[in-house]
Design a protein around this ligand. Structure first.
Ligand SMILES: Cc1cc2nc3c(=O)[nH]c(=O)nc-3n(C[C@H](O)[C@H](O)[C@H](O)COP(=O)(O)OP(=O)(O)OC[C@H]3O[C@@H](n4cnc5c(N)ncnc54)[C@H](O)[C@@H]3O)c2cc1C
Length: 310
């Protein structure tokens, strides 16, 4: 790849900038991705400006994007690398919330004491994401922006009732998790938007969280997973939020099961999943198997929600 001024017209019209770049590569086979230009953004505003070019895409950890390029499932004309934008890798606690910058790597988040204390649900979910090499590069913002329906972090964001900070051509805005996930790999992000941070309510003494997933091998995307949060009121639970993943186009709230857990009736919750969830068949399992597994996970997570934190 060669860094190019995006103000210039596409240089090589169909030739990969990193291939055929001078005589020494002439005659060799092209690289796997389709041709694209590459620019390092200097700031969030610069990234938004660069994204104004038709076919431009943000590059963060590259763990999902580069695979889609190599398989030619996507053909961006320009990659806008945000890895050197200052302040996007901050973790900050303020006003009862924890802000996690878009460029915080999964591994960095897993080591962060602030996340262990203020976002224990995220801390529980992180070890389930891929493998160490993926967690070293993959970012929190990339995971939420990519919005794979079987990914852990979008479900955690939804279960915690968090928010997403976005910078775009019309300025900055914040979108609630409940309004962020629109469809399969579709979110409230527009083509010129940069996700800058996610914000989660910091856990309090009465906060309870639960997390479980079933995957064929550790590190694989889940067949079915469940991220959950609640508030303990003596021996009962209120404000239960259950976000299943791997069961639809987006993470899915199981609202009737939430009510059943608030009424301390776990088995009614398992039955309610019949109405709350409608998982399609996929390569991992049939919808019927996924629904059954969702019930297994609900029982496990209900036990976690009823335990006092260590
Ligand atoms: C083998 C393998 C196994 C994996 N297993 C899991 C798993 O079990 N669970 C899981 O959740 N994930 C898994 N992943 C994906 C991993 O978590 C990725 O890191 C993550 O999905 C994307 O983050 P990224 O920083 O790499 O984003 P990139 O790959 O750089 O980008 C992904 C997409 O998001 C967009 N994007 C990225 N950042 C932003 C931003 N700040 N603003 C706007 N748009 C942005 C990009 O334009 C692109 O469309 C796996 C990946 C691999 C390769």
């Amino acid at each position: 790849m060669r860094e190019r001024d995006p103000g210039l017209p596409p240089a090589s019209a169909g030739v990969h900038p990193g291939y055929n770049d001078g005589n020494k590569h002439r005659g060799r086979k092209p690289l796997k991705p389709a041709p694209f230009d590459y620019v390092r953004a200097r700031s969030v505003e610069h990234a938004v400006e660069l994204l104004g070019r038709e076919g431009a895409r943000v590059l963060a950890g590259g763990q999902s994007l580069i695979a889609t390029l190599n398989m030619r499932l996507s053909h961006p004309s320009l990659l806008v690398d945000i890895n050197e934008v200052a302040d996007l890798d901050r973790i900050a606690r303020r006003n009862g919330h924890i802000d996690i910058g878009a460029l915080v790597r999964h591994a960095q988040a897993a080591r962060a004491a602030e996340i262990a204390q203020a976002a224990p649900l995220v801390a529980r979910a992180l070890p389930h994401i891929g493998h160490p090499a993926i967690r070293n590069r993959g970012t929190i913002g990339g995971s939420v922006a990519f919005a794979d329906p079987a990914a852990e972090l979008p479900a955690c964001l939804l279960a915690l009732g968090g928010e997403v900070d976005i910078a775009g051509p019309a300025g900055r805005r914040t979108v609630k998790a409940d309004d962020f996930f629109h469809g399969l790999f579709e979110t409230a992000l527009g083509p010129r938007d940069v996700l800058t941070a996610i914000r989660l309510p910091a856990a309090m003494r009465e906060t309870r969280v639960g997390f479980a997933e079933l995957a064929r091998r550790h590190g694989d995307y889940a067949m079915v997973g469940l991220a959950a949060a609640a508030r303990a009121n003596g021996r009962s639970l209120s404000d239960v939020r259950l976000a299943f993943f791997g069961v639809g186009a987006t993470p899915v709230r199981a609202r009737q099961a939430e009510q059943a857990l608030e009424a301390a009736d776990v088995e009614a919750g398992v039955k309610a999943l019949d109405r709350d969830l409608d998982p399609p068949d996929d390569v991992q399992a049939t919808g019927a198997v996924k629904k059954y597994l969702a019930g297994v996970l609900l029982r496990r997570v209900a036990r976690q929600l009823n335990e006092a934190p260590q």
